[in-house]
Ligand binder design. Structure first.
Ligand code: CMC
Length: 466
């Protein structure tokens, strides 16, 4: 291991030690047991406190500030694991053997080739689009290619056009040697017959692999197109994290950048029933398909109350501009009851463990980055001010988005790419949770309390006064 990457591991382990010193991680009994339906729980606005399903994938202990993926705490995964291993863990439930990991990595590499999707995407004005909108579009295009060839004998115009093109690159299915559509969850017959069987069919997982790898390639392609460059093909010799940075920058990252990107990906891979995961699950629960359900996750993640907060934090730090301005800026923000970006969480009422890891990583990187160092100073002063004003009374602490932007910008990544990078990582959580939920699927369908009126008489339009 590179010496400097050992230093990164030490930073993660000291974040763990600090967390252990400040809090314990006994699980909350009321949130860690099998459900006996119907379940009783107190539900607040925005479905706060609602229990929607059982899961073995991940647990957020909001009271103590601990995050668990499949039994492993997030600090240990960041210290010792890789994103590929974590994605495998989330999808399949256990850490892979060396052989399985190698084959999983090979698959991700094969699926990171998405030439046709990129070609289709480039027929849109990507450089003018919101990157998350472009990412969502790209995800739908990934699906389209396969569903086009899915129906027996039917070949869509798109597919015909691509295959008629002399420069055409072979269909994405070819590297895997498969002649049929990868995504098979949505075959109508299969749906009616046995959802469970079709889900357990390997091709269901193939779509998850395809998405985990393909969304990374898409995000990188979008970044390059925005900056006037051609998208790059993946570099098969690199890890997922290094390849992601390579496909964005066109330069193989150094071991430290690779290690930090890997940790950032691990930290964002899954997080309970957050809004984007729930959005993906709601779409999947209708037996729509996983490409569209991941697309819905991307759409939900974009908002500044969710994943979009990472970009909003950097904009806020720019607006504050200096450490000196933190106090007056914060006073004004509090007086106006503004939400301070990168703070607060629906579940965490303690320090977010992801922020515990990201803060020292931001500090490490900003040692050699003037802009990062400036952001970090402002951020530290803001954290102090928010802690004094809100931590005790409202239990508001920095969340994952507060320091991630400083990490990204210290690595030279532009703000509009922050949320797409969050999405790249979260595809693992979205697909794992969709796959798990569909095993015992029941369509999501809550109710609203009707507070409108009754018994109104229909009046023809010409007789209406206002
Ligand atoms: N700044 C100031 N006050 C806050 C903040 C904040 N960031 N977050 C919550 N509060 C206050 C809020 O004003 C309310 O006070 P009161 O009870 O006096 O009305 C109280 O805390 C509860 O807030 P809430 O809005 O009911 O909390 P919520 O669970 O509905 O919202 C949240 C959670 C994350 C949307 C919210 O904290 C927020 O808007 N934070 C800023 C945006 C942000 O950083 N989002 C990233 C979330 S973490 C990663 C992710 O999911 O992507």
């Amino acid at each position: 291991m590179h010496d400097n990457t050992k230093e990164i591991t030490k930073l993660v382990l000291s974040a763990k030690a600090k967390a252990l010193k400040e809090t314990s991680h006994e699980p909350e009994p009321e949130l860690t047991q099998p459900i006996k339906w119907p379940v009783s729980c107190t539900v607040g606005p925005g479905l706060e406190g609602a229990i929607a399903c059982e899961t073995g994938i991940g647990y957020v202990n909001g009271a103590k500030g601990w995050l668990i993926y499949r039994g492993y705490n997030i600090f240990d995964l960041c210290a010792y694991s890789t994103y590929e291993e974590v994605a495998y863990l989330l999808l399949y439930g256990s850490l892979p053997t060396l052989k399985r990991l190698e084959s999983f990595k090979k698959k991700l590499m094969q699926y990171s080739h998405i030439p046709n999707t990129k070609r289709l995407l480039m027929s849109f004005p990507v450089e003018q689009m919101n990157p998350m909108a472009a990412l969502r579009l790209g995800t739908s295009l990934m699906r389209q290619e396969f569903t086009d060839v899915e129906a027996d004998g039917y070949v869509s115009e798109t597919v015909k056009m691509i295959s008629a093109d002399e420069d055409s690159i072979p269909m994405e299915t070819k590297p895997m040697g498969e002649k049929h559509a990868i995504y098979e969850f949505d075959s109508k017959l299969e749906r009616e017959k046995s959802i469970k069987d079709s889900l357990l069919h390997a091709t269901g997982y193939e779509s998850c692999h395809h998405l985990i790898a393909g969304v990374a390639s898409l995000a990188a392609a979008i970044a390059r197109i925005r900056y006037g460059h051609m998208p790059l093909e993946p570099n098969l010799d690199l890890s997922f994290a290094a390849n992601l940075l390579y496909m964005i920058n066109g330069v193989v990252p150094n071991p430290v950048e690779e290690r930090i990107m890997d940790i950032v990906l691990i930290l964002h891979a899954d997080h309970g029933m957050n809004a984007s995961t729930f959005a993906s699950m709601v779409v999947a629960s209708t037996l729509s398909d996983i490409y569209l359900s991941v697309g819905s996750g991307i759409a939900a993640l974009q908002g500044p109350l969710h994943g979009g907060a990472n970009e909003a934090v950097i904009n806020m730090l720019k607006e504050i501009g200096s450490v000196k301005n933190v106090k007056p800026w914060l006073e004004k923000a509090l007086a106006k009851k503004m939400k301070i970006m990168g703070f607060g969480h629906r579940v965490y009422k303690a320090y977010d463990p992801r922020a515990r890891v990201l803060a020292p990583l931001a500090a490490y990187l900003s040692k050699n980055n003037t802009e990062g160092a400036k952001f970090l100073k402002i951020a530290k002063a803001l954290e102090k001010g928010v802690a004094a004003a809100l931590s005790k009374e409202k239990k508001i602490f920095p969340n994952v988005d507060f320091y991630s932007g400083i990490v990204y910008s210290s690595m030279g990544l532009p703000p509009e790419l922050f949320t797409p990078l969050f999405a790249v990582s979260r595809v693992a959580g979205w697909t794992a949770r969709v796959e798990e939920y569909l095993r015992h699927n029941r369509i999501f369908r809550p109710r609203a309390m009707y507070t409108g009126t009754f018994d109104k008489r229909y009046r023809p339009i010409e007789k209406r006064k206002n």
